[in-house]
Every structure is written in C-alpha cells, then in structure tokens.
Design a protein around this ligand. Sequence first.
Ligand code: HEM
Length: 132
Amino acid sequence: MNNYRTIYEAVGGGDGIRRIVEAFYPKVQKHPLLAPLFPDDIMPVMEKQYMFLSQFFGGPSLYSDQYGHPMMRGRHMPFQITVERAEAWLDCMREALAETELPQELQRIVLERLSAPAHHFVNTKESNEQET
Ligand code: HEM
C-alpha cells in the first residue's frame, strides 16, 4: 500500500479488480450456501461487481455513474443473507485474493475492508434460530 493513494491503485487498477472478480465468482457458484442465490448467467453480476469494487476501493465511480446511489444493503434485501452466508462470501473472497498473488498484507486489507459491508448486509437469522 505504501506508495499508493488508494487500494484500487495498489491492486493494479481496473485490471487488478477484474482479476479478483474473475477469481471470486467461480467460487461463489461452487459454494453450497451461495450458489442457489445467483443466476446461471453470472457475467452481468461480475460486471456490476467490477464497477462497484472499482469505486469502493477508490477508483472511478463506475457503479454510481450507471446505477445511481449504491444502497448496497437495500439491493441485497431480496436475498436471505445469514451470518453463515456472509462468512461464506468472505471465504470465497479470501481464496480469490490468494490466487491473485497480491502481497499478503494487501490481501488482508482488502478482505478487512469487505468484512464490514458483508456483515452489514446480514438480514436473516440462521434457520435454526428463527423466531416462531
Ligand atoms: C454477505 C454476503 C453476500 C451475499 C450472500 C451476496 C449475494 C448477492 C446476490 C444474490 C446478488 C444478486 C445477484 C443477481 O443480480 O441476481 C448480489 C449482488 C451484488 N452484490 Fe452481493 N452479496 C454479499 C455481499 C456483498 C458484498 C460484501 C459486496 C460488496 C461490498 C457485494 C456487492 C454486490 C454488488 C455490487 C451486486 C450487484 C448489485 C446490483 O444489482 O446492482 N455483495 N449479491
């Protein structure tokens, strides 16, 4: 990170974000807790995530330019997001980052920055804890 102004720059700009996203979604599609939530045609989701993460990490505001205010928690409300699913999402991201060969410290920072929103998007209790 030292010589970079943003995480976006540190991971290698748009190309770096794309590599992360392309490593991430195949893992999501294989994960038993996550796969059922996503459409078979994952390309549009990948493109939106590329746009969103670019701006989230300090790059150009690609997502907002096209879709307006992110309101990401709200956009996730149609899906049942449990703590388990948030952890699964972060596990897939951890594995994807490991494949990119970015420095360990940078991988840690990226994951930590995503951990807060992932937990913030939780909107459903675990099925075995649901109130009657
Ligand atoms: C906590 C676990 C998470 C789950 C289970 C989850 C699941 C989903 C699902 C099912 C979609 C809709 C896919 C579709 O278009 O059909 C989606 C969209 C999206 N997610 Fe997540 N997500 C999670 C966390 C995150 C995090 C942490 C971020 C970024 C900080 C993120 C960013 C996005 C973006 C940018 C979209 C596209 C929104 C749009 O439609 O414009 N998600 N997510």
